[in-house]
Write a protein that binds this ligand. Structure first.
Ligand code: F0G
Length: 478
């Protein structure tokens, strides 16, 4: 047996292969069959569920940096030795909000929002970047790279800076918000704007990573998924281990869905939780290759949970030219779709897509709870609204929507929605500009005012009341 194999290893996820590799091997896919890899801790080295809950609860009050990280607090689940040289920015520890307006919008009694946008660089990527960059340090990697729609880039830039390591990020030119680019520049990353879309960037970066001196930290890297999976533990701990009925996440490259599924299954198998919530993945209509795998009616009655994952390799089709204003998830060839499918099957969930109008409106409603998020995150609330309307999610179900990015990640989108100058794309030019305009059902337009007290008082009379706002909920998309 190779060194390190007893404690933890990397394993090919393809059932027909299942090849194992040592943790120290710098791999992204299985060298035998090309399948995706899981990093796996040997469960015999982990204590029982009740004991884990006790340890994690005790750590909540600690001042130790490792225990204050919302990722490393759950290190019993991670494939790292206790003395690993961790690179951390106190990630995780993100709030779980109740959201009465968003709940009403979805016609639910209650809705919780787990706001991963409250991470150090404003997105959920930090929870995986802390583990990936720690692994890079262990492997003594020189240059860290990623392809990104902006958030992975900002996160890598920050963690590489923290570790004093060199990094380069590849982003599709003109398709990344300025806020995200600004972060990457400020953290000192080499920012390369690619002529092409995210999928082109992903293809090129995988070729680049064949070079020994380069370490790839996209979510194809199993150590990214390991950090991201701890969000499931943090969320359940915040709920005092009361398992919700549904967890809803946006889907882009599908690392997040994959990580949630892995985290939930590990918590269940270790006896930390006694049942598993259903995982629902929501994509934007113009970039929904994963949701297309699920027949329209499949979300109508959810399947039983199963460990058997159908072989769909010849059914899955990439989308050549994905389009959505939620640029974070403008992805047509998601790398982790097989892991995400496994997660959805394990938990008896499903995937669906929502329109640009639905995303924009849901985002504005989330804002009205005082929470706010970036467009990609709002697919969750839009998807929940659909599933409640269809009766798939019951009115009294316990639902958690995972918000993946901060509202300040894409201010142009926000301003344009409220000004009603947000236009969808139409490559085929069939629709006129006016037809592509999104309606600001919940817009809150800027008002110009003369510099007099009377003018200001006049303006205040025109503000929409809460009741008027929620009345608008009855008209669109119900
Ligand atoms: N939400 C936000 C805010 C994101 O930035 C991303 C992905 C997703 C959702 C989708 O998560 O890819 O794990 O399914 N952003 C990547 C990036 C692709 O490069 O920042 P996923």
């Amino acid at each position: 047996m190779e060194a390190g194999i007893e404690f933890a290893s990397q394993r090919c996820i393809e059932p027909a292969c299942g090849a194992r590799f040592a943790l120290e091997e710098r791999l992204y896919v299985c060298t035998r069959c090309g399948g995706l890899l899981d990093a796996e801790r040997n469960t015999e080295t982990i204590c029982a569920g009740a004991e884990l809950r006790r340890i994690w609860s005790k750590r909540l009050g600690s001042l130790d940096a490792r225990e204050r990280s919302g990722v490393w607090r759950y290190r019993e689940l991670l494939p790292f030795a206790d003395d690993a040289p961790i690179v951390s920015l106190a990630e995780g520890n993100t709030p779980l909000y109740d959201a009465p307006r968003a709940a009403e919008y979805c016609r639910l009694d209650n809705l919780s929002l787990k706001h991963q946008g409250c991470n150090p660089t404003g997105s959920f990527k930090d929870t995986g970047m802390t583990t990936a960059v720690t692994q890079a340090r262990i492997l003594k990697a020189q240059t860290l790279v990623c392809a990104s729609t902006g958030n992975t880039a900002a996160s890598l830039a920050a963690y590489a800076a923290r570790a004093q390591m060199q990094c380069a990020i590849l982003v599709p030119r003109g398709q990344v918000s300025h806020a995200k680019l600004a972060q990457s520049l400020d953290y000192g990353a080499r920012v390369l704007e690619l002529e092409g879309n995210f999928d082109d960037a992903m293809r090129v970066i995988r070729e680049l990573a064949e070079d020994e001196s380069i370490y790839l930290v996209n979510s194809i890297n199993p150590f990214r998924i390991e950090g991201q999976k701890t969000v499931a533990a943090e969320l359940l701990q915040q709920l005092d281990w009361r398992v919700p009925d549904f967890i809803v996440v946006p889907g882009g490259n599908l690392g997040n869905s994959a990580a949630f599924g892995k985290g939930l299954m590990e918590l269940f198998n270790l006896g930390v939780i006694d049942r598993v919530p259903r995982l629902i993945v929501v994509q934007a209509e113009g970039a929904a290759p994963f949701a297309r795998l699920f027949r329209q009616d499949q979300c109508d009655s959810l399947p039983a949970r199963t460990a058997r994952v159908p072989v769909l390799s010849d059914v899955f089709k990439n989308i050549e030219q994905p389009e959505t204003l939620a640029t974070a998830i403008k992805i047509g060839a998601p790398v982790s779709w097989k892991k995400a499918l496994r997660a959805v099957m394990w938990t008896g969930g499903c995937a669906l897509s929502v329109s640009e109008q639905e995303i924009a409106d849901a985002k504005a409603i989330i804002g009205r709870d005082g929470v706010g998020c970036e467009p990609a995150s709002a697919t969750t609330v839009a998807g929940i609204k659909h599933l409640v309307a269809k009766g798939v999610i019951g009115k009294d179900a316990h639902v958690v929507a995972v918000l993946t990015g901060h509202v300040l990640k894409d201010p142009d989108y926000v301003i344009n929605y409220h000004r009603e100058t947000l236009f969808t794309h139409d490559r085929s030019s069939v629709k006129s500009k006016e037809e592509r305009r999104l309606v600001g059902h919940y817009s809150n337009p800027l008002a110009r005012v003369k510099a007099t007290k009377q003018a200001i008082i006049e303006q205040l009379k025109h503000q929409r009341t809460d009741d008027e706002l929620m009345e608008a909920t009855d008209s669109p998309n119900t």
